[in-house]
Design a protein around this ligand. Structure first.
Ligand SMILES: [Zn+2]
Length: 163
């Protein structure tokens, strides 16, 4: 990033320069947004484990979930609960995984994943063949991601309005 760009768009005191999730939170980098309010943004993982795989981030920068103020941690979990209900309905799954892994980007993000198989979220410790190698999940197409946003955000709005 050039110094000119930095002076035009200085990060707020609660954001970090060169943090990709701070830039997604501010809208500087576009994302497939499922939900947004003053504190949080929920958007699709573009390399989903399963269709509907959502990331929830706080708009303020905190490295890891154990750095979060309790009210913000609570808001993330609550949104994850609401998304979980919607995903169970849309994808006809019994379980939705909610996890903070702390990998890839050091800006708190909760993964919310419709679980079609118990092994959708797993560890190599459970796998008998120990010489496995792991790769990133394939990049999903934008048309597919837009359809997922439409389905999730519509039902999420409905769920909120119904309260
Ligand atoms: Zn950040």
């Amino acid at each position: 990033m050039s110094s000119e760009l930095q002076s035009e768009n200085p990060p707020t005191p609660h954001q970090r320069e060169n943090c990709i999730f701070c830039r997604i939170a501010s809208g500087e980098i576009p994302s497939h947004v499922v939900y947004e309010d003053e504190q949080l943004k929920a958007f699709l993982d573009i390399q989903p484990i399963r269709p509907g795989h959502v990331l929830i981030i706080p708009k303020t920068h905190h490295d890891y979930y154990d750095d979060l103020p309790p009210d913000l941690a609570s808001a993330i979990v609550h949104l994850g609960q609401r998304l979980g209900k919607v995903m169970k309905s849309i994808y006809s799954v019994e379980r939705v995984a909610f996890l903070f892994t702390g990998t890839d980007v050091a800006h708190v993000h909760a993964h919310v994943v419709p679980m079609h198989e118990k092994t959708d979220i797993t560890s190599p410790i459970y796998i008998e063949q120990q010489d496995l190698t792991f790769r990133l999940a394939p990049r999903a197409g934008d048309d597919e991601l837009r359809q997922v946003v439409a389905a999730l955000s519509t039902q999420l709005d409905h769920a909120v309005a119904g309260k």
